[in-house]
Design a protein around this ligand. Structure first.
Ligand code: ADQ
Length: 713
């Protein structure tokens, strides 16, 4: 099952009715043959809204199509807005052109959910769902949330920029999280994979194995990889063998440019380089033309209108400057051209000048070499395109460097046949071997392979995280209990500390330079009885009551008051304490547990419990399959940690002690947020939501490894 923004066809309303037009661009060129050959379903947007009574005309029958409809304002905010004016320039490392608007992002998120829902409506349980490109980076998260067992893969067709650029995006973490819902995330070249790994490591605190290209994000494993896309080589070659010669290539030697009209493609720079060639080497005047074919693209977006004007003017200027009575140096066609004609142009061009400023891969370079069936020409290719990393026999240039490009053009036009043939044959052999079928094959093989496990956390990982941080004489380690030191169980009374966990915690706290505190939502007396370790500090009831060695003893001022009021709330909640749900009073706070309630019966119970809790003047906070009623007094686990630090180490505590906090749920998020900059924080367990913690730990086992490391350090 394929999901992409565009379908392989775009609908248009004409005098003859609704018609299908082939969608332009590299994604469709690459994927369409795959679905034609293998069958499947393609979910996408047909580019236009159908009116009542209108339907999609028949076309391709080799695979099914499921359409998404988008309203005008969605097209404007999601597609022209967030996709084309935010992500496109940013991911192409052109942040100056990127616009960041919260409403565009909100629409993007909503539309992504709709794509996900459409996928889920059609996908069978065994289908592999393959999501494509930057328009749908959030859809995987929604698919994973609604159907956790889906086999889910993603491919990005454009570059993934370096960390320093990607983090300019105000929603960078949301996008990364969306992609990490997949089992496999593919990019064109290894450089993009590295950039992505840096981002998930630095922005999400995920654990990364660069060598094996694996990411551990909470309790999930994600595979990443470079899969350089190929083309339908034989089709292009075949077409080139059969296509009749075109008038444009009959007189002068042709330097060919073929692109969507896009500012990433470097068309003005290319024209300038061609002008520089004519300036420096007058021998090419009247003998060579630049034939630039540009297919109209995103013409509603202001930057594209501006680019079109710029190119028109530049072509006019260069032609005005160099043209003679019988020769014009640039022939500029602003339109799409049919495949046969394109193949003939590729075949008969002497040089293809493929000079994007930035490009995920670039298929034009590949199509050109596939069509070079006769006297071999030369490919001049941008180093900044993905293709520049694999097509090494091309003459590689920096497209921003007009002089270098002009020199490469000159060299290409003067190159003798032996050299041209050697370079072209090597290029052709690679593209024949690494064609689009090979690309799909290797991607799917990876998507279907079983997921390797990451080596357990080792001392090397901990040294990497902690060495630069643990630079004070003391360490204060704050640990949540349920879900952090013990696995989550059906009933809180069943949560027992394993002997290994007890051993790690007590060894750690027996070090003279280390204090360990347990910070929990449980009542203080409850947690003290469970651990029976008097050397530890305990913060119960989310820090409303704290007790520890050296006479540390704290009761929040409002404790008694709220302890009385929770009795009333507990009685009110009896109404919803049914079908397996139950209420746990804990003095000043209380927990409504619904873990044992059947999934389809939960919603009304939770809603009613929430109403009763807030109606009684408490905050209702989500916990693990439970709702917590918390006094609205601006006191939480984070503030409790600060209280302990100040009591034990004095107001200048940060000079004496380093702080680690480990927790697994929403109440720990309070602490992560509060302690940002004051402590190093770890979120334990599943990672389907964002965390304010700086690192992730997969589960209780990983927590124990950390505590054990701290005990031995
Ligand atoms: P695009 O940005 O669309 O693709 P590209 O890879 O060059 O860029 O593909 C363009 C496609 O459009 C080619 O198949 C080409 O033949 C066709 N085309 C261009 N101009 C044309 C014209 N005037 N008439 C007819 N056809 C024309 C995105 C990424 C790329 C990545 C692809 C595939 O930006 O970097 O290579 O996806 O992953």
């Amino acid at each position: 099952m394929v999901a992409s923004n565009r379908l392989p066809f775009t609908l248009q309303r004409t005098a003859r009715g609704i018609e299908r037009r082939h969608s332009p661009g590299g994604l469709v060129s690459a994927l369409e043959p795959v679905l034609r050959a293998r069958g499947g379903t393609w979910v996408g947007w047909p580019g236009m809204e159908l009116r009542a009574g209108e339907s999609i005309p028949d076309g391709e029958t080799h695979y099914d199509v499921a359409t998404i409809s988008l309203s005008e304002s969605e097209v404007s905010r999601y597609y022209h807005g967030f996709c084309n004016r935010t992500l496109w320039p940013l991911l192409h490392s052109m942040p100056g052109l990127a616009r960041f608007e919260a409403r565009d992002f909100e629409t993007y998120a909503r539309v992504n959910d709709r794509f996900a829902d459409a996928v889920l409506e059609t996908a069978g349980p065994d289908d592999l769902v393959w999501v494509h490109d930057y328009q749908l980076a959030l859809s995987p998260a929604r698919i994973r949330q609604r159907a956790p067992d889906t086999r889910l893969a993603y491919f990005l067709h454009i570059p993934f920029p370096p960390y320093d650029i990607f983090r300019l995006l105000p929603w960078d973490r949301e996008l990364l999280l969306g992609l990490l819902a997949c089992d496999l995330v593919g990019f064109h070249v290894p450089g993009y994979v590295d950039n992505f790994l840096n981002c998930v490591e630095q922005r999400l605190g995920a654990r990364v194995d660069r060598q094996r290209q694996l990411i551990e994000h909470g309790d999930r494993m994600v595979r990443v990889g470079a899969f350089p896309i190929g083309i339908e080589y034989e089709h292009f070659e075949q077409r080139a063998r059969e296509a009749p010669a075109q008038p444009e290539t009959q007189r002068e030697r042709v330097v060919l440019g073929v692109d969507r009209l896009d500012y990433t493609k470097g068309i003005p720079e290319r024209i300038s380089a061609f002008a520089r060639l004519l300036e420096r080497y007058p021998e090419h005047r009247e003998r060579v033309v630049l034939l630039q074919v540009a297919v109209p693209s995103r013409s509603q977006v202001a930057e594209y209108k501006q680019l079109k004007r710029e190119i028109d003017e530049l072509v006019g200027r260069v032609n005005g400057r160099f043209a003679t009575a019988s020769w014009s140096p640039i022939r500029y066609l602003y339109r799409s051209i049919d495949p046969t004609r394109l193949a003939a142009l590729y075949r008969d061009a002497h040089v293809a000048l493929v000079s994007p400023l930035r490009d995920g891969m670039n298929l034009v370079a590949k199509e050109f070499v596939a069509c070079q069936t006769e006297s071999p020409g030369v490919l001049v290719l941008s180093r900044l395109a993905g293709a520049g990393e694999t097509m090494r026999e091309a003459l590689l240039v920096n497209p921003y460097n007009v002089d270098e490009t002009a020199e490469a053009l000159h060299r290409a036009l003067k190159m003798d046949e032996t050299e041209r043939r050697s370079r072209m044959e090597a290029l052709r052999a690679r593209e024949l071997r690494d064609n689009v079928q090979a690309w799909v094959g290797s991607f799917l093989e990876s998507a279907e392979a079983s997921m390797p496990v990451l080596a357990p956390l080792s001392d090397t990982d901990f040294h990497g995280w902690l060495d630069a941080y643990l630079t004070r004489p003391h360490l204060a380690l704050f640990l949540d209990y349920d879900g952090t030191l013990t696995e989550l169980v059906g009933h809180p009374s069943e949560a027992r500390l394993s002997p290994a966990a007890r051993q790690a915690v007590t060894t750690c706290s027996s070090r003279p330079d280390t204090d360990v505190a347990i910070v929990t939502g449980r009542a203080l007396a409850d947690i003290q009885t469970l651990l029976k370790a008097p050397e530890l500090t305990y913060a119960g009831n989310h820090g409303l009551e704290i007790q520890g060695p050296d006479g540390l003893d704290f009761r929040h001022d409002d404790l008694v008051h709220y302890a009385q009021r929770t009795d009333t709330l507990a009685r009110a909640l009896e109404e919803v304490a049914r079908d397996g749900a139950w209420v746990e009073p804990k003095g000043p706070t209380l927990t409504f547990h619904y873990r044992a309630v059947a999934a389809d019966a939960r919603e009304p119970l939770i809603e009613r419990a929430r109403e009763l809790i807030t109606g009684a003047g408490y905050q209702a906070r989500a916990a693990h399959e439970a709702l917590e009623a918390r006094p609205p007094i601006g006191w939480d686990k984070g503030r409790a940690v600060l209280h302990v630090l100040r009591s034990r180490y004095g107001p200048a505590w940060s000079e004496r002690v380093r702080v680690l906090y480990v927790g697994d749920d929403e109440t720990d998020e309070d602490a992560f947020r509060f302690l940002a900059g004051l402590a190093m924080t770890f979120r334990v367990g599943p990672a389907h939501t964002l965390t304010a913690a700086s690192h992730r730990l997969a589960g209780v086992g990983a927590v124990l490894s950390l505590v054990d490391f701290l005990a031995r350090r």
